[in-house]
Design a protein around this ligand. Structure first.
Ligand code: CP
Ligand code: NVA
Length: 301
């Protein structure tokens, strides 16, 4: 049987994604009830991080430990990957020793090349183009608070980055409408937008995009690897902040999300970050539960 990778949300069917979300909610409840479920005894997760991380690292490592397995953190500073050993060679070697591998890297083609030569499932833990694991947590959070996201309207406010592009894939897989408000020159991949034009539209004005929406989502204006563009981006993104005013245009039961880390008073107001009813912290926590459900799906087929 072909190895199942998770490089984008399109690697799982809508039905698989729906049952993954249900399973994540179930695993969360089991953990809260003190249940012990160790299906991954003696299994090992390799974690390759070429960019920084707090949530992704801790959620994968904790998830694997809770499942009775083990995780190995691999940074390019300490491995031969950082000294130029080819991705293809690293994939062959690592996948002969561990049971599943997650990678956070730059170009999306790096993870595709890695997966092509891996004997075990490869999970995208963020590339320059996509961050599908975060979408699992976001959808789980929406479902827990508001029920199915099918047929709802989601507004992306900000950069057409890896998170935005994963929202485009999510619109297709979970069947919702996505409106993207981004400044000129910061659009997501045009081909990806065109391929999903039945449900994805670019609406420049954040207020128009937010109108009657059920979920507002944003992310940093300068992603990892774009630090040198920070000042220029602060100028370009002025007016693309989610705050109480923008939220007032949305549906009265609208949620707002941010994958974190957040820059207060840039893409999101301090007020929204500190609201007692925000779901942002639960969204972060759900990385743990959603990725446990993901590893279960990839490893137990
Ligand atoms: N949201 C997210 O992926 O966070 P980290 O960069 O901390 O992993
Ligand atoms: N777009 C951000 C997401 C961080 C989780 C980045 O790539 O840095």
């Amino acid at each position: 049987m072909a190895i199942k990778h998770f490089l984008t949300l399109l690697d799982l069917s809508p039905a698989e994604l729906a049952s993954l979300i249900t399973r994540a909610i179930e695993l969360k409840a089991e953990l809260a009830a003190g249940g012990h479920n160790e299906p991954f005894k003696n299994k090992v997760l390799g974690m390759v991080f070429e960019k920084s991380s707090t949530r992704t690292r801790v959620s994968f490592e904790a998830g694997m430990a809770q499942f009775g397995g083990h995780a190995i953190f691999l940074s390019p500073r300490d491995t031969q990957l950082g000294r130029g050993e080819p991705v293809e060679d690293s994939a062959r070697v690592l996948s002969a020793m561990v049971d599943v591998i997650m990678i956070r890297t730059f170009g999306h083609e790096i993870i595709e090349r890695f997966a092509k030569h891996s004997k075990v499932p490869v999970i995208n833990a963020l590339t320059d183009d996509y961050h599908p694991c975060q979408l699992l947590a976001d959808i789980q959070t929406y479902v827990e608070h508001r029920g199915s996201i099918q047929g709802k309207t989601v507004s992306w406010i900000g950069d057409g980055n890896n998170m935005c592009q994963s929202y485009i894939n999510a619109a297709k897989q979970f069947d919702f409408e996505l409106r993207i408000a981004c400044p000129k020159g910061f659009e997501p991949n045009a081909e990806l937008v065109a391929a999903n034009k039945d449900r994805v539209s670019i609406i420049r004005d954040p207020k128009l995009a937010a109108k009657d929406s059920h979920l507002l989502v944003t992310d940093v204006w300068a992603s990892m690897g774009q630090e040198d563009q920070q000042a220029q981006r602060i100028q370009a993104f002025s007016g693309f902040q989610i705050n109480e005013e923008l939220l007032s245009y949305a549906d009265s039961k609208a949620l707002y999300m941010h994958c974190l880390p957040a820059h207060r008073e840039e893409e999101i107001s301090t007020g929204l970050m500190e609201r007692p009813d925000t779901v942002i912290w639960e969204e972060a926590e759900n990385r743990l539960h959603a990725q446990k459900a993901l590893m279960e799906l990839l490893l137990t087929q």
